[in-house]
Design a protein around this ligand. Structure first.
Ligand SMILES: Cc1cc2nc3c(=O)[nH]c(=O)nc-3n(C[C@H](O)[C@H](O)[C@H](O)COP(=O)(O)O)c2cc1C
Length: 214
């Protein structure tokens, strides 16, 4: 069965009240993401990442999903910016994908952990040289006096690293992995009578599946 046929069959099962086949929500997420890559104009792996700050005030920003390793959702950022600081202090998050071309949404919630440094190193080294220098140059989310100041910093670091020397991953730049406790699949329906199915698990046990009102 092709990936397209597999995605169609699994999605039909997902929203079929009579279905008795167990559905793996992580496998289904991968199939939906693959389909979104084919239909979205760009960044199908973009997701909103919600956290809360030290005062309990919610925060939210768009981040690229960079891995679906094992049972988790992996993304990378600067650990000194609010996203990093908030997750290190309160390691729980919610993710939300919206694929307009498919009229589909996926919501994911759960605890996060810092990824192994070997995984972060490998991903960092896979990035273009300019992005690696940029990660060193950017004091992400802190005040910047001018664009010219950033350009000078990038230029200086480029010369310091030179053409051949390796560019190490900054210590304050790494990844988080969210282990899902809830995954909800949403597909738009006629007259706003959407289909929604939420999967929940406790302690990485078996998934429980529940249809929800739209
Ligand atoms: C499409 C898109 C993808 C982005 N991907 C990332 C990313 O993977 N990592 C990252 O740190 N910032 C990414 N950003 C920038 C973040 O939205 C945000 O500006 C940055 O992480 C700082 O957020 P913070 O101040 O809450 O820490 C992306 C922005 C957009 C619009």
């Amino acid at each position: 069965m092709s990936a397209t046929d597999n995605e169609a069959a699994r999605t039909e099962q997902l929203f079929d009240d009579a279905n008795t086949h167990a559905i793996d929500p992580l496998e289904l997420f991968d199939l939906w993401l693959e389909k979104a890559h084919a239909s979205e104009p760009g960044d199908a792996n973009a997701m909103s990442v919600a956290t809360i700050d030290e005062n309990g005030l919610p925060d939210c920003r768009t981040i690229l999903l960079k891995g679906r390793t094992g049972d988790g959702f992996v993304f990378y950022t600067n650990f000194q910016s609010p996203l990093g600081v908030q997750l290190l202090a309160n390691p729980r998050a919610a993710l939300c994908f919206y694929w307009k071309s498919l009229r589909r949404q996926v919501r994911v919630r759960g605890p996060v952990t810092v990824v192994d440094s070997a995984l972060a190193d490998a991903y960092f080294q896979s990035r273009p040289k300019g992005s690696r220098i940029g990660a060193h140059a950017s004091d992400q989310s802190r005040p910047l006096s001018s664009r010219a100041h950033l350009a000078q910093k990038v230029d200086r670091l480029g010369k310091e690293f030179g053409d051949d020397s390796p560019i190490p991953r900054p210590e304050h730049w790494s990844g988080f992995c969210l282990s899902p406790q809830q995954i909800e699949f949403w597909q738009a329906g006629e007259f706003r009578l959407h289909d929604r199915v939420r999967f929940s698990t406790a302690d990485q046990g078996a998934w429980r599946q529940q249809r929800l009102y739209p």
